[in-house]
Design a protein around this ligand. Structure first.
Ligand SMILES: Cc1cc2nc3c(=O)[nH]c(=O)nc-3n(C[C@H](O)[C@H](O)[C@H](O)COP(=O)(O)O)c2cc1C
Length: 206
């Protein structure tokens, strides 16, 4: 089993990476593989709502969104990490995830997810609220920890000093590993995925 993580910072070795790494190494100790996908610092498109998403994902192919979707199809769980910018997730992780989920939300259904927010001082829980919404609308169970999934640090490396934050990451990983094992055991014992009722979208106008 494998957990795919997303580092929503353009810094490949910053505090967000350090936090995800802490969770990843704990996952490994629990027998679960992990990969940290770097969102990188190159230009990244927003979703333009063209509605042309296809089986292969988003129509734009000049960044890593479709590469991430291909990996997500093979993954069993997800942890999305973001630095906090002005009390919200990084603009690039929102642009990225809007396109991932709008084109390929079904890829994530029934797979556990968790969000992690990393800041110097404040705005973490508001950032978590934003990222957790991708899970809620996509039929994803959410893994929790012993505190909200946040780590503090400003300059790259400072996350190392946040003992409670890193402990929260390790407990998050333990809880996600447990969920993954429970789901696999359920599947192995004939528990099938729930049916999903579909219908007309009624929007606001009846
Ligand atoms: C544009 C910008 C806005 C920021 N806004 C906040 C903020 O609202 N609250 C906060 O505590 N830290 C804020 N920070 C600090 C970062 O969240 C912090 O340095 C974090 O550790 C960066 O993670 P990284 O090393 O993974 O990029 C901001 C940093 C930048 C560049």
């Amino acid at each position: 089993m494998k957990v795919l993580m997303l580092n929503g910072s353009s810094k490949p070795n910053g505090n967000t990476y350090r936090s995800l790494y802490e969770a990843g190494e704990q996952l490994k100790r629990e027998g679960i593989d992990y990969e940290i996908f770097q969102i990188g610092g190159k230009p990244l498109r927003d979703c333009i709502g063209c509605g042309q998403c296809s089986e292969k994902g988003c129509v734009f192919s000049d960044d890593a969104v479709n590469e991430f979707i291909a990996k997500a199809k093979e993954a069993d769980g997800f942890i999305f990490g973001t630095p906090v910018y002005y009390a919200h997730p990084s603009g690039r992780i929102i642009s990225f995830l809007d396109r991932v989920f709008y084109s390929s939300g079904s890829v994530f259904a029934f797979k556990p997810g968790a969000a992690v927010a990393v800041a110097r001082r404040g705005g973490n829980s508001a950032s978590l609220d934003v990222l957790n919404k991708y899970f809620g609308i996509s039929q994803m169970p959410v893994a929790g920890s012993t505190y909200w999934n946040l780590v503090h640090g400003r300059l790259p490396g400072e996350a190392e000093l946040d003992e409670e934050g890193l402990r929260t990451m390790r407990n998050l990983a333990r809880n996600m590993a447990w969920m993954l094992k429970c789901f696999a055991a359920g599947k192995g014992n004939g528990v099938s995925l729930p049916e999903t009722e579909r219908g007309e979208m009624t929007n606001f106008i009846r």
